[in-house]
Design a protein around this ligand. Structure first.
Ligand SMILES: Cc1cc2nc3c(=O)[nH]c(=O)nc-3n(C[C@H](O)[C@H](O)[C@H](O)COP(=O)(O)OP(=O)(O)OC[C@H]3O[C@@H](n4cnc5c(N)ncnc54)[C@H](O)[C@@H]3O)c2cc1C
Length: 412
């Protein structure tokens, strides 16, 4: 659908979570202004619809700014405070979407339907008097007399204020392919190193974990520097797949691993398949097994397929009894279970990454308005900013909060 006008007070590029939020608040705050929302996608809201396995994990009970990465915690906190979790819950309630909190602290719509979240936001945009046009991909952005001109195959539009809510590079088929980052750079902003975050990891061919495809279990993944210094650990559900590892623990640590690897290529990950059990504890337990077969003991604590793989990895006969376990093999087994080094060969890239790490640093924006300090009249919100959070709803919360700040500022 092509826009019917060639001028607007504000053009918002990108109708994802952040752009929809910015549009709703810009329209509500300044109904007299002409606000246009453009998106290149044929079908809107792809990421909202796939989020949380189609249930959309809208936010989290506890949104701690310290859990985000990228820009400074203080800067991120300043934006999050402007539109916090209770305000988010109230906002969605007003739009007709009740949220429920699950045991993990994650909040989902009570209907468990991501579609309800998207539909409510789209209705909110319409009610706020914002004109939404799609597919209208913006291919060019330039400074002009009025402020900015945006162009695409659909035509051109001049505007006084421009909002870039174009996301990062993850899930490029949704329309978020990094074009907005190129616009920001062309307009004079810097963009920090971008890389996939919350992304599954690929293990080297031949790794026995690859044969465990489908096995899910709680595990602790730990990141170490090349010199063995502990950096960070995540304990959560871990999924073995035909290519390597996925699941919440892996997604969360992937960000830190891929970041550190850039400066310390020898950085490595270990996994403890028995979270909370120290190597020394397992070692002592194995020593006191007596005539009990090692396999039988481990099967009490781990999935059977995992136990067999671990025994195979250590070259242990499955019938080996505790009292027949040599010191060397016992040590090897303890390491395989509680501190197994993972031979990570790569990651699944932006096609499978939930988020993009890196973007426009918040220090280049006036935090009260999320307006560019480089180009007055330019606003940024959502994943285009150098802010990324762990799984659990924190990335959407950043989109809601930053979209709110922009929406409230852009008309003034
Ligand atoms: C599979 C998956 C599951 C996820 N699950 C969750 C979850 O449960 N909870 C959570 O908090 N986060 C989740 N996330 C992350 C979350 O979806 C993102 O952080 C969030 O959507 C970012 O919002 P955004 O509006 O900044 O960017 P996006 O959602 O990427 O939206 C950007 C929009 O801009 C448009 N666009 C881009 N370039 C142009 C252009 N040149 N012209 C016009 N339009 C353009 C795109 O079409 C897109 O609609 C998930 C992500 C993925 C990929």
């Amino acid at each position: 659908m092509s826009p019917t006008t060639s001028h607007a007070d504000t053009v918002i590029v990108g109708a994802g979570a952040a752009g929809l939020m910015a549009a709703i608040w810009a329209g509500r705050m300044h109904p007299e202004k002409r606000i246009v929302l453009l998106d290149g996608a044929r079908k809107l809201g792809a990421k909202i619809l796939v989020a949380g396995g189609g249930r959309c994990n809208v936010t989290h009970h506890t949104v701690d700014p310290g859990r985000y990465a990228g820009s400074s915690t203080a800067a991120i906190a300043k934006v999050l405070r402007r539109f916090d979790v209770p305000e988010t819950v109230e906002f969605f309630r007003e739009l007709g979407v009740e949220l429920k909190q699950e045991d993990t602290g994650k909040l989902f719509p009570t209907t468990d339907r991501a579609r309800d979240v998207l539909d409510a936001l789209l209705t909110g945009v319409r009610r706020a008097g914002v004109s939404l046009h799609h597919p209208c991909r913006v291919e060019e952005v330039e400074l002009s007399e009025a402020g900015f001109t945006v162009r695409g195959p659909w035509g051109a539009m001049a505007c006084n204020k421009l909002v870039l809510a174009t996301g990062g590079k993850s899930l490029p088929r949704s329309g978020s392919d990094g074009k907005g980052l190129a616009f920001a750079r062309a307009l004079g902003h810097s963009v920090t190193r971008t890389f996939p975050s919350l992304v599954p990891l690929i293990l080297a061919p031949g790794n026995p974990i690859l044969d465990l495809s489908g096995v899910t279990l709680p595990a602790t993944l730990q990141l170490h520097t090349s010199t063995g210094k502990h950096v960070i650990a995540f304990t959560n559900s871990t999924l073995c797949t035909h290519f390597g590892l996925s699941g919440p623990s892996v997604l969360d640590i992937s960000r830190y691993f891929l970041d550190l690897q850039n400066t310390d290529p020898g950085a490595y990950l270990t996994v403890n398949w028995l979270p909370g059990v120290a190597s020394s504890t397992l070692d002592a337990a194995l020593q006191s097994l007596g005539p009990v077969p090692v396999r039988k003991y481990l099967r009490r604590h781990l999935p059977h397929r995992m136990v067999d793989t671990l025994l195979l990895l250590c070259g242990l006969d499955p019938a080996t009894k505790g009292d027949a376990l040599s010191r060397k093999l016992r040590r090897q087994l303890v390491m395989a279970v509680t501190a197994q080094r993972l031979d990570v060969e790569g990651n699944r890239g932006y096609r499978y990454a939930e988020v993009t790490a890196g973007g426009v640093p918040l220090r280049e924006l006036d935090l009260k308005r999320l307006e560019s300090r480089v180009v007055p009249g330019l606003f940024l919100c959502g994943e285009i900013c150098d802010v990324d959070g762990p799984i659990g709803g924190l990335n959407f919360q950043w989109a809601w909060s930053s979209g709110f700040v922009v929406g409230c500022s852009v008309g003034c």
